[in-house]
Design a protein around this ligand. Structure first.
Ligand code: ZN
Ligand code: ZN
Length: 135
């Protein structure tokens, strides 16, 4: 089993990626908070070419802070958020880490959108922090 294998809650949509992750981070952006119904999302950045998807995700497009679209892919049946395609970062797809089958290896090393982080969140100096997204 690859470490980047996962899927939605109902099992209609499954994905796999045989590459190694480029980055594992926490995203505090308001859209992630809304989409995931919680304070932040944990995302794993991968090369878009390496993602294989079975099933048909529903796509909801938002406009990111860059002014460019973000395609938010989720399961239309159970609602699980699966991954985002961020047009301002071509070639990269961000998996929502909670949908992975094995989350035991996850250790975020960066934080995005710290500007909009919930105030009670502990700041961990071991992670590199960006007020928004890195260029
Ligand atoms: Zn589902
Ligand atoms: Zn976000």
């Amino acid at each position: 089993m690859s470490k980047l294998q996962g899927g939605c809650m109902c099992g209609d949509i499954r994905f796999d990626c045989t590459d190694e992750p480029n980055v594992t981070g926490v995203c505090h952006c308001p859209d992630c908070q809304k989409l995931c119904g919680t304070a932040f999302s944990i995302v794993v950045g991968i090369n878009s070419d390496s993602l294989m998807v079975e099933g048909e995700p529903t796509v909801f497009e938002t406009i990111g802070r860059s002014g460019q679209p973000v395609e938010r892919n989720f399961c239309g049946k159970c609602g699980s958020p699966l991954y985002s395609v961020v047009h301002s970062m071509p070639g990269t797809t961000f998996l929502k880490a909670g949908t992975l089958d094995d989350t035991s290896w996850l250790e975020p090393t960066v934080e995005f959108f710290c500007e909009t982080a919930q105030p009670w969140i502990q700041k961990d100096d071991n992670r590199v922090k960006f007020p928004l997204m890195p260029e």
